[in-house]
Design a binder for this molecule. Structure first.
Ligand code: NAG
Ligand code: NAG
Length: 192
């Protein structure tokens, strides 16, 4: 599921990609227990969403149903704990090759893994945690598409999944470039 929306308040050109990943949908075959996500939402006894930044190299968001570990500040997803699985992602892969955004752009089809430099907390309540991993375009980085990148991830109370979107901003003085493909990729356990 991907949606592209225009945001007129950003300077020159920007758009968002919205991706909603409900683990309960695609994990049915791997997970032994069914989780009725919509029912859980209505119950009051679901856990508050917790954010753990005690380790400077990782950011962990946990709602009791799903526990998502990000590398800080690259924004790579390195772990998704769900049900009986400690990690739904392929643990034999490097941190940069488990859950990531990437894009292909320019005349030479340059590959950019959208690795970020800063971590920010956007919202932190018992019901919802939204975090951001961002970077400003560096013209000396020749693999980086000429865009400011802000990868956003949301975990909600009672929902066994992750919401993800990205804000890609092109400032007026940035060179023009064609982009052929933007993805959010997950390498699942056993799917090497
Ligand atoms: C594409 O590759 C060629 C040959 O390596 C190089 O000369 C050219 O500058 C590259 N173009 C861009 C836009 O990077
Ligand atoms: C990224 O976050 C930092 C704070 O950590 C902020 O100063 C900067 O403006 C942000 N950059 C972008 C491109 O959003």
């Amino acid at each position: 599921m991907a949606k592209v929306a225009n945001r007129s308040h950003l300077k020159q050109f920007s758009f968002m990609l919205i991706m909603i990943i409900e683990l309960s949908l695609f994990l049915h075959s791997v997970s032994s227990q069914e989780i009725p996500s919509r029912k859980i939402l209505k119950q009051d006894n679901s856990n508050a969403v917790r954010l753990d930044t005690s380790n400077p190299d990782t950011v962990i968001v946990d709602n009791g149903l799903v526990r998502v570990t990000f590398e800080n500040p690259s924004g790579y997803l390195v772990g998704i704990k769900h049900g009986n699985l400690d990690n739904v992602l392929e643990t034999r892969n490097k941190h940069s090759n488990r859950g990531y955004w990437d894009l292909v752009w320019g005349d030479n089809s340059t590959y950019d893994k959208m690795e970020t430099e800063h971590f920010n907390v956007i919202t932190q309540t018992d019901d919802l945690v939204e975090i951001s991993f961002n970077k400003t375009w560096n013209s000396h980085d020749h693999s980086a598409a000429p865009l400011n990148i802000d990868k956003r991830f949301i975990v909600r109370r009672g929902v066994p999944g992750i919401y993800a979107y990205a804000i890609l901003e092109r400032e007026q003085n940035f060179p023009s470039a064609e982009m052929y493909q933007i993805r959010l990729a997950f390498k699942l356990l056993g799917d090497k």
